[in-house]
Design a protein around this ligand. Structure first.
Ligand code: SAM
Length: 291
């Protein structure tokens, strides 16, 4: 059995053999520390019954550790240059499938029903490309995929915003969007030294456990998203002002005031103080008043 991919020496050897040069524009920062990888795999509770979706295998560092524990790993890679590399580095594992695709354009529902037949528990596990962290996470959540959870390495600052509680400076539209679908926890902080090349920002592992039902019941999900995004359009403005200027054009000031009153929310409060439940109530009250 050859050495793990995720060691500085083996990674260097693989990169040299294939003459691979990193593309910054694709967020290519590869992990070279098996301890960190094991922590990620452990945080995702992978067993021999688990199916795993990975985004961006790189040269296969995380894919390899997942393949050792999981029933099957399906991994989306955008960079064609990595396909021959992965063919070789992952050759010892017969439970890995690499799909050459931009994950943002992929039909993940279809891939899951084709690739995970007979597998009941699916986790998404990835060291995400940082330039598209939020769109990837929102796609995974908004598409209501039949997954149990998501464990990802992302920028520490984004992990903090996703897991933030009301009343903190990190709390915003991203916290609400993610926490509406999932329970969010920051699992660990990761130093830049475990990557090659080293990213300029701190990293953290985030775990999202998908809720059986979204955190609040709303009649119209896209409208609920529109409402809380409007409330955070300008953080210094009150919710009333934000809604008047950023929700419309159908919602007029008087109806917005009535809706806030019905939802028992002081119009002078700022978006960052409202809980998910309050945003849910507000969205329902506004929806009722739409002409
Ligand atoms: N998993 C590897 C590791 O931990 O060493 C590599 C992680 S690296 C941070 C991100 C990977 O995502 C790169 O391999 C990059 O080419 C790939 N990638 C970037 N954008 C992507 C996209 N839109 N869809 C799929 N893969 C993407």
């Amino acid at each position: 059995m050859s050495k793990d991919i995720a060691t500085p020496a083996r990674t260097k050897e693989i990169l040299a053999k294939f003459g691979f040069s990193f593309k910054k524009s694709l967020g290519q920062n590869f992990l070279i520390d098996t301890n960190i990888l094991n922590n990620i795999v452990e945080a995702a509770n992978i067993t021999s019954d688990t199916g795993v979706i990975e985004v961006g295998p790189g040269i296969g560092a995380l894919t390899e550790q997942l393949a050792k524990k999981a029933k099957k790993v399906v991994s989306f890679e955008i960079d064609q240059r990595l396909l021959p590399v992965l063919d070789e580095t992952l050759a010892p594992y017969n439970n890995v499938k690499i799909i050459h695709s931009d994950v943002l354009k992929a039909n993940i529902h279809e891939v899951m029903s084709e690739e995970f037949q007979g597998i009941e528990e699916v986790m998404v596990v990835a060291n995400l490309p940082y330039y598209v962290t939020t769109p990837i996470l929102m796609k995974l959540l908004e598409e209501h995929l039949p997954i149990k959870g998501i464990v990802v390495m992302i920028q520490a600052e984004v992990a903090d915003r996703i897991a933030a509680k009301p009343g903190t400076k990190e709390y915003g539209a991203l916290s609400i969007a993610a926490q509406y679908f999932a329970k969010a926890e920051r699992v660990m902080t990761v130093p830049a030294t475990v990557f090659v090349p080293q990213p300029r920002v701190d990293s953290a592992v985030l775990r999202l456990t998908i809720r059986d039902e979204p955190a609040v019941k709303v009649t119209d999900e896209p409208y609920f998203f529109k409402v809380f995004h409007a409330c955070f359009a300008n953080r210094r403005k009150t919710i009333l002002n934000n809604l008047v200027h950023n929700l419309g054009p159908k919602e007029k000031k008087q109806e917005i005031e009535e809706a806030l009153s019905e939802a028992a929310i002081d119009p002078k409060r700022r978006g960052e103080t409202l809980s998910l439940e309050e945003f849910g109530r507000l969205s329902e009250s506004l929806l009722k008043r739409l002409p």
